[in-house]
Design a protein around this ligand. Structure first.
Ligand SMILES: [Zn+2]
Length: 124
């Protein structure tokens, strides 16, 4: 699927499904090839790390142990399970495309909020 994603790095999105449903966060990574996004501090998965001895044993008779523990990592989400939050109306909105003129009079394709009562440009 070579279709471009409507969601980009830096966008504020709301999660539509899963354990973080209803929460909002910024896109920190977007992978159009896989259709996946990573949302800051959301969809965290816990990884357990075992304690392990450190190899460096400069002190005689002492083995240093690197403590184990639980670390949290952000796991990717399918782009279909998030929705862009419009910066103008502050609601999760579908994204449309429109041609607008920029300050130099050139026609540029911009992303717009598809809510009928908003319709504002999403990128500033
Ligand atoms: Zn809007």
């Amino acid at each position: 699927m070579a279709k471009g994603m409507k969601i980009r790095k830096g966008d504020l999105v709301q999660v539509l499904s899963g354990k973080d449903r209803g929460k909002q966060g910024r896109i920190i990574e977007a992978d159009p090839g896989k259709g996946r996004v990573m949302v800051e501090n959301l969809n965290l998965v816990k990884k357990h790390r075992k304690p392990r001895p450190l190899k460096d044993s400069s002190r005689m008779g002492q083995t240093q142990i690197q403590p184990g523990g639980v670390i949290e990592l952000t796991a990717p989400l399918p782009v279909s399970s998030v929705m862009l939050v419009c910066p103008t109306c502050n609601r999760p909105s579908r994204v449309g495309y429109e041609f607008r003129e920029d300050e130099k009079g050139r026609r540029v394709k911009v992303r717009v909020c598809k809510r009928a009562d908003c319709g504002e440009v999403l990128d500033r």
